[in-house]
Design a protein around this ligand. Sequence first.
Ligand SMILES: [Zn+2]
Length: 72
Amino acid sequence: MKNSGMCPKCGSTDIIKVLNRNGWDFITSSWLLGLGANVRLARYLCGKCGFSEEWAQSADDIEEIRASYPNA
Ligand SMILES: [Zn+2]
């Protein structure tokens, strides 16, 4: 949805970029992932079917996630 602007589940182009309480375009969601690291994720929500997806905001964030799952 981030790149296509279209929901992969239902094909809707009604995509909402979810903002956090501070109006930023990402959420810091160590609690969501169960991680010790603070990782910034942008969330996109389909306005038709409710499907959502999250994207790490940087290569550093991806590496933080990788380091949190050493056996994956
Ligand atoms: Zn959808």
